[in-house]
Design a protein around this ligand. Structure first.
Ligand code: AMP
Length: 393
């Protein structure tokens, strides 16, 4: 893939437009409750400061309805950024137009401007050419640093880079792209995918694409019940997706054709009362009582998954093994997080729930990569073309 990395771009003393992901969570009073996304972009911003660039940052925040809305102003983000960098951040009131143009023209080397919320202009989500041209005219170099948006063909992700000659990816996007393309194109074997979560229907495309690449597919979470049901096993009141049983059968058949080993749970933690986490019982596939629902993988299953992961060279994990939000039904998910943290394989964690479980257990640093992309990560693993990456080629 011919995408330049930040260090290959001619940025010195140039005006550089950086598409960042500053879509941070805020409380009702507008206070930022988690600034990780701002912190994550700091290495790229500092690199540009060191290279005396005039830095123009742009992001969306929340879902304003195509017009200015004070609730979604970038101002709190700009203030936090200024605090983190201990420098001034210019905050024009508009996204494009006279204000940002004049500021961009008068910026000095090393100065930073944060444009107003991109989604205040309806041209952003429509990938409007006129809007893209206005944004592109602010700078000479384009840097994509918002991995979570590269699956969207918006003005700031696809429109602007198409109009610019010098363009590439910031450090965050490069890390994501390197790890995820390795999973797609050059993974070392044995290569194992672990997939969990609730809905088979949401993950059919990912399962189908990974099935063509992996040696083993481990399935947990509620999703496993649909696969077990497809094999004729009854699981009481467990969450089976009736509409997806045929799909599960097709996936099982394709796995057999390709020689991919599918590993399903052999025992479960089940309960009558999910809310209070009371009376969990451990049951095998064969003796599932009609009035119980499975909420986590059982101890024998954890041991089986451990055995199947032992020789892994590459592991990708998406989706929890149980209702991990309700202790003690987090045990299966935590056990997988610990197994992967100990593994010497190239381990990549995808999806908000798996990443949250790994973070909560304090194990993020022990993984090779924890993807932050959400929808973008899943679409990339589905093998789809990413408009925001295509535009950087
Ligand atoms: P997904 O968005 O499809 O990855 O699903 C994530 C959700 O799956 C989490 O909120 C889990 O609580 C839920 N989940 C995982 N295992 C089970 C299960 N055995 N029964 C019901 N829900 C589950």
């Amino acid at each position: 893939m011919a995408i330049k990395s930040l260090t290959e771009l001619p940025v010195d003393s140039k005006r550089v437009f950086v598409r960042v992901d500053f879509n941070v969570p805020q409380d009702d009073a507008g206070n930022i409750t988690d600034d990780s996304r701002i912190q994550a972009a700091i290495p790229t911003i500092k690199y540009l400061m060191e290279h005396e660039c005039r830095i123009i940052l742009a992001s969306h925040l929340g879902r304003p309805k195509g017009g200015p809305d004070p609730k979604y102003s970038m101002e709190p983000v700009g203030l936090r950024l200024a605090q983190i960098l201990d420098t001034e951040v210019m905050l024009p009131e508009e996204v494009v137009g006279d204000g940002p143009q004049k500021l961009a023209a008068s910026m000095r080397d090393g100065q930073i401007m944060l444009l107003q919320n991109l989604r205040f202009n309806p041209g952003e989500e429509k990938n409007d050419e006129g809007f893209s041209k206005q944004l592109a005219s602010l700078a000479e170099v384009f840097v994509q640093e918002a991995f979570g948006t590269v699956h969207r063909a918006h003005a700031s992700t696809a429109g602007v880079p198409k109009l610019m000659k010098d363009k590439g990816m910031g450090f965050l996007v490069q890390k994501e792209v390197t790890a995820l393309y390795k999973l797609l194109n050059k993974a070392d074997h044995p290569y194992i995918a672990i997939v969990g979560g609730a809905k088979v229907s949401d993950k059919i495309a990912v399962l189908s694409n990974l099935l063509e690449k992996v040696d083993r597919l481990i399935i947990g979470g509620a999703m496993a019940y649909t696969f077990l049901k497809a094999q004729g096993i009854d699981l009481g009141k467990s969450r089976v997706e009736a509409d997806s049983i045929d799909t599960a059968k097709k996936i099982l058949k394709r796995a057999q054709q390709r020689g991919v080993e599918i590993i399903l749970p052999v025992d479960h933690v089940a309960t009558t009362d999910l809310k209070n986490g009371s009376d969990p019982v451990n049951i095998s596939n064969r003796e599932f009582p009609a009035d119980l629902m499975g909420v986590d993988i059982g101890a024998k299953t954890i041991a089986l998954f451990e055995e199947k992961l032992a020789d892994a060279a590459t592991v990708v994990w998406n989706g929890p093994m149980g209702v991990f939000e309700v202790p003690p039904f987090n045990k299966g998910t935590d056990a997988i997080a610990k197994l992967l943290a100990r593994s010497s394989a190239f381990t990549v964690i995808c999806g908000g729930d798996s990443a949250a479980a790994v973070k909560k257990a304090g194990l993020s640093a022990f993984m090779k990569h924890v993807s932050t992309g959400g929808g973008a990560t899943l679409e990339l693993l589905e093998g789809r073309e990413m408009p925001g990456l295509k535009a950087l080629e």
